[in-house]
Design a binder for this molecule. Structure first.
Ligand code: SAM
Length: 204
């Protein structure tokens, strides 16, 4: 994968407006739901680490060394950090009670492969919690996202605006059982290998 020195340097500042618009609350909701042995994929600069209060043991993977360095300065709640890609998770089958992803599937090179890996490392009764920005449902917004995506990808560290992210989870064989749509851009939800799992409530 490409590394993004500049994006890593300004990432936290870029997240301030998104967090003010409500994404910080979404992070808290998604990450607080994590319990037991937990994996975060694409941890970025580690903005989620402080919310892993209910997890027993947290592993976080991130492939970009520039992001990884910043995340390493933010270790909280006993997080163990490693350089790895979501398409090749360095863990045995059925390892995790919870897998978490926030704003990562827009950037992953092979999102279907990564969704398959999440399914592989989840325990049979494990839960995958996510908060992502899939392509908008409204036609005029989705049209704009399709047009802007090639340019955005170049300036925003490989982020695609036009991915139908939930379809990757379903195609990988995950059961997506709850979705909360947040404004026009963000979606939070949960998926599993079939067993029920609960998503803590979101209130704005
Ligand atoms: C928009 S940032 C989100 C960071 C963090 N999850 C957050 O919510 O702030 C996307 C992250 O995905 C990482 N990423 C890119 N390709 C990846 C891959 N193949 N596997 C795992 N993470 C990847 C990027 O390096 C970047 O840190």
């Amino acid at each position: 994968m490409n590394t993004h020195l500049f994006v890593a340097a300004i990432y936290d500042a870029l997240m301030v407006p998104a967090d003010k618009l409500g994404f910080e609350q979404v992070r808290r909701m998604v990450v607080k739901g994590a319990s037991g042995r937990t994996l975060e994929i694409g941890a970025g600069t580690g903005l989620n680490f402080r919310h892993f209060e209910n997890a027993r043991q947290v592993y976080a993977i991130e492939p970009d060394p520039n992001m990884l360095r910043r995340a390493a300065g933010r270790m909280e709640n006993g997080v163990v950090l490693a350089r790895a890609e979501a398409e090749r998770l360095p863990f045995p089958d059925d390892t995790f009670d919870t897998v978490v992803s926030t704003l990562t599937f827009c950037t992953i090179g092979d999102p279907l492969g990564a969704a398959g890996e999440i399914k592989r490392v989840l325990k049979p009764d494990g839960c995958f919690f996510f908060a992502e920005h899939p392509i908008a449902e409204k036609t005029f917004l989705s049209r704009a996202e399709k047009i802007m995506s090639p340019v955005w990808k170049r300036i925003a560290g490989g982020c695609h605006l036009d991915r139908d992210i939930i379809s990757f989870f379903i195609s990988a064989g995950l059961t997506v059982s709850e979705i909360v749509r947040l404004d026009s851009f963000f979606v939070a939800g949960r998926a599993s290998k079939g067993a029920p799992c609960s998503l803590p409530g979101y209130t704005k």
